[in-house]
Design a protein around this ligand. Structure first.
Ligand SMILES: Nc1nc2c(ncn2[C@@H]2O[C@H](COP(=O)(O)OP(=O)(O)OP(=O)(O)O)[C@@H](O)[C@H]2O)c(=O)[nH]1
Length: 252
């Protein structure tokens, strides 16, 4: 390969619900493009998140957590996750290091057998583990799949995320810049606004609402740096009543 050739490619981020896929991607692109909560299956759709630097461009596919579907919404989300395993250059398979390796993780590993590209295992949430526990996790997972690499990381603190980026750059092919360098996601602003509101609702209303909540933004008006967001009155009443959003977040 010629030196200084621009590298690019697509990388799917998979794992069972709640292991930290969205947190990792937000850290990499340094912007909140995917919402995070401690409720499983917060991410509903496949979201493209784009990292660009002088050496290359990596397009990450944030997928809904893969699990054995129990309902229609789950089935749809799993289909979105499997779809992202096609036409990609690498897979980042995340597991939560602070939890036991369970049937959920093995179920995802089984699905990876279908893909022919390098799969890196990221043992996430190592900020909650001792060094000895990290080593034990690495040993535990070694036999699960012929991983191209096993990397302990913390998506929350960013620990070792640079190593992941370095490994990806080693295997990405020379290629074009698919997206403009200042673009970090394929999601329109209105969808991002709705998602951030959904995240606040999920974080603040634990028992009161079902986790299958949907947020719809009726209208967004742009006035210089200010966006005004309009939604159904019942949603705003709920938000106001519970003090869910600061003015800065609701009108940004
Ligand atoms: N301590 C710690 N917590 C983390 C880390 N990464 C993620 N979390 C937390 O784990 C929870 C789930 O994180 P998400 O990023 O929403 O997980 P996800 O895999 O995208 O979840 P789904 O959308 O359900 O598939 C959140 O409460 C995060 O703050 C980490 O490195 N350390």
């Amino acid at each position: 390969m010629e030196e200084n050739q621009f590298l690019s490619g697509f990388v799917a981020v998979v794992g069972r619900p709640n292991v930290g896929k969205s947190t990792l991607i937000n850290y990499i692109v340094r912007q909140k493009v995917s919402i995070v909560s401690d409720k499983a299956q917060t991410t509903r759709n496949r979201i493209l998140c784009i990292y660009t630097d002088a050496a290359g461009q990596i397009v990450f596919l944030d997928t809904p957590g893969i699990h054995k579907p129990k309902h229609k919404l789950g089935e749809y989300m799993d289909a979105a996750a499997y779809q992202s395993l096609r036409d990609i250059d690498a897979v980042l398979f995340l597991v939560a290091g602070n939890e036991k390796k369970g049937p959920g993780d093995l179920f995802v590993a089984e699905k990876l057998n279908a893909c022919k590209v390098p799969v890196f295992l990221l043992i996430n949430k190592v900020d909650l583990l001792t060094k000895a526990e990290i080593l034990q996790k690495i040993t535990e997972y070694r036999s699960v799949y012929p991983f191209a690499g096993i990397i302990p990381v913390s998506a929350r603190t960013g620990d070792n995320v640079a190593t992941v980026m370095g490994e990806l750059k080693k295997i990405l092919p020379p290629g074009p810049q698919y997206f403009p360098e200042d673009m970090v996601t394929d999601q329109p602003e209105r969808v991002l606004a709705a998602e951030i509101i959904r995240e606040k609702l999920l974080l603040s209303l634990r028992e009161e609402i079902p986790h299958a909540i949907a947020v719809y933004v009726d209208e967004m008006k742009k006035r210089e740096k200010i966006r005004s967001i309009f939604g159904p009155p019942c949603m705003w009443n709920e938000i106001r009543k519970n003090g869910l959003l600061s003015v800065k977040t609701a009108v940004f």
